[in-house]
Design a protein around this ligand. Structure first.
Ligand code: NDP
Ligand code: MG
Length: 390
C-alpha cells in the first residue's frame, strides 16, 4: 500500500529535495498536501505532477493565482494560515515540516496531533517549543525524526546506544560565508555576501544564519531539546569541509562520527525510510581524494550567537522562542539593509536581556499560546531596539 505523505514548505530547498526523492519512486507514495508561500508556479507544477490532493499557499492574497495555475488538474486549492493548519490535520503517515521560521511550528504540531511521523527540518519548532512537540508526539502516538543534518547524524549515532553513556555531542559548523574574513571587515558585510554558502545549497535565510552562526546557535538549542542532553555536554566545532555532520562521544572515550557529502537528501531519505535504510542517490565519498578533514575553534568573538545560545539554554523556559523571534526580526532588518551584519547579534542580545522574565517558565507545561505570546513580545521588543539604534 502506498504511504500518504504531505510536504510543508514544498517549494523551498528542503521541500524540493524531498520531492526529488519521492518522485523517483512515485508508486510508493500518495501525496496528500503540498504547501508553499509565494512561489505559486512551483507549487502548482509539483501538485500537478505528484497528483496531490490539495495545494496550499500561505499567502491569502494568492488564492486566485493558485486556482488558475491548478485549473483542470483536479487538485484542490487553498490559501492562508488557517488552510495551512487544516492541511496538516489531513490524515497522512509521514509529514515533512520544512517551512522556514516560527511559522512552521503550528502546522508541525497539528501533524503530530494526528499521530503522524513528523520529519522535522524546521528547527525553529524545537527551539521555540521543544517540550510541547515531544509531549504531543508521545501523547498521540506519533514520532519526530530529525532532518537537520547534524541532528540526523546524532540520531543515527545513538541508535542502539544508552543515552546515559553519552559524554558529549559535537555538532559541526561550516563557518559560513565569512569564516575566513578578517574580523574588522565583518561590520561591512552585506546580505548578498552572506547569502552565499561555501558548501551547502539552502534557502536564503538559513544561509545568512550560517554566516552569522545563528543557525548553529539554533542547532545547539535544538540538540538540547531533541535529545535531552545537558547544555554542558553540547559543543560545536568549525569544520570547513562539512563532511562530518556530528560526533557523539561516549564514556569509554569512543567518538562516533557521521560522515557524508553535504547533500540534504541523505538526512531527508533517512527520515523517509526509517527504521530501514534504503539506497539514496547521494555521492559516495572518495576518502583519498578528500585527503584531509580540518577543524577550528568556534570563536565567540567572531560568532557571538554561540554565546547567546548558551545563555538561552541556561535560562530555559520560553527564552528559545524569544531568541528565535528576535533573530527573525533582526534577520529581516539585515536583509533590508536596515541594520548591519554584526547588529543582528546586538539586537538579539538586547531583546534577551529585556525579556529575561520569560525565562524559567516550567518548560514541561508550555502551550502554543504561551509560545505565540513570547514570540510576539520578542518581535515588538526587537523592533523597538532597532528603532532606538537607527
Ligand atoms: P526555503 O526558504 O528554501 O523554503 C522555505 C519554505 O517555506 C518555502 O516553501 C516557502 O514558500 C515557505 N514559507 C516561507 N515563509 C512561509 C510562511 N510564513 N508560512 C508558510 N510557508 C512559508 O527554506 P529551506 O528549505 O532552506 O529551510 C526550511 C527549513 O528547514 C528551515 O527551518 C531551515 O532552518 C531548515 N533546514 C534547512 C536546511 C537546508 O539545507 N535548506 C538544512 C537543515 C534545516 P515560498 O518559497 O513559496 O515562498
Ligand atoms: Mg543543520
Amino acid at each position: 500500500m502506498s504511504r500518504r505523505i504531505s510536504i510543508f514548505g514544498a517549494t523551498g530547498s528542503i521541500g524540493q529535495n524531498t520531492i526529488d526523492l519521492i518522485a523517483r519512486d512515485r508508486a510508493a507514495y500518495r501525496v496528500v498536501a503540498l504547501t508553499g508561500g509565494g512561489n505559486i508556479a512551483q507549487l502548482a507544477r509539483d501538485a500537478r505532477s505528484l497528483s496531490a490532493e490539495i495545494a496550499v499557499t500561505a499567502d491569502e492574497s494568492r488564492l486566485d493565482d493558485l486556482r488558475a495555475a491548478l485549473a483542470g488538474s483536479g487538485v484542490e486549492a487553498a490559501a492562508g494560515r488557517a488552510a495551512l493548519v487544516e492541511a496538516a490535520s489531513r490524515p497522512a503517515d509521514w509529514i515533512m515540516s520544512a517551512i522556514v521560521g516560527a511559522a512552521g511550528l503550528e502546522p508541525g504540531l497539528r501533524a503530530l496531533q494526528q499521530g503522524a511521523t513528523l520529519a522535522l527540518a524546521n528547527k525553529e519548532s524545537m527551539v521555540c517549543a521543544g517540550p510541547l512537540m515531544l509531549r504531543t508526539a508521545r501523547d498521540r502516538g506519533g514520532q519526530i525524526l530529525p532532518v537537520d543534518s547534524e541532528h540526523s547524524a546524532v540520531f543515527q549515532a545513538l541508535i542502539g546506544e544508552d543515552i546515559a553513556a553519552v559524554e558529549r555531542v559535537i555538532i559541526t559548523a561550516s563557518g559560513g560565508a565569512f569564516r575566513d574574513w578578517p574580523l574588522k571587515d565583518l561590520a561591512r558585510a552585506t546580505p548578498e555576501q552572506a547569502a552565499t554558502h561555501p558548501n551547502w545549497s539552502m534557502g536564503q535565510r538559513i544561509t545568512i544564519d550560517s554566516a552569522s552562526m545563528f543557525n548553529k546557535a539554533l542547532e545547539l538549542i535544538e540538540t538540547r531539546e531533541f535529545f535531552g542532553i545537558a547544555p554542558a555536554k553540547i559543543e560545536t566545532v568549525v569544520h570547513p569541509e562539512s563532511m562530518i555532520h556530528a560526533l557523539v562521544g561516549f564514556n569509554d572515550g569512543a567518538l562516533m562520527a557521521h560522515v557524508g557529502p553535504p547533500d540534504m537528501r541523505h538526512a531527508i531519505g533517512f527520515a523517509l525510510h526509517y527504521p530501514t535504510r534504503k539506497a539514496l542517490p547521494v555521492e559516495r565519498l572518495d576518502l583519498v581524494k578528500l585527503g584531509q578533514l580540518t577543524f577550528r575553534d568556534p570563536c565567540e568573538t567572531r560568532w557571538p550567537a554561540l554565546r547567546l545560545a548558551r545563555e538561552v539554554m541556561q535560562a530555559g523556559g520560553l527564552m528559545g522562542s524569544v531568541f528565535n523571534a528576535a533573530k527573525e526580526r533582526a534577520l529581516d532588518a539585515f536583509i533590508d539593509h536596515r541594520i548591519s551584519f554584526l547588529g543582528m547579534a546586538e539586537v538579539v542580545e538586547e531583546v534577551l536581556v529585556s525579556l529575561s522574565s520569560q525565562a524559567g517558565h516550567n518548560a514541561a507545561g508550555i502551550t502554543l499560546d504561551m509560545v505565540a505570546e513570547a514570540d510576539h513580545l520578542a518581535r515588538i521588543e526587537a523592533d523597538a531596539v532597532m528603532q532606538r539604534k537607527t
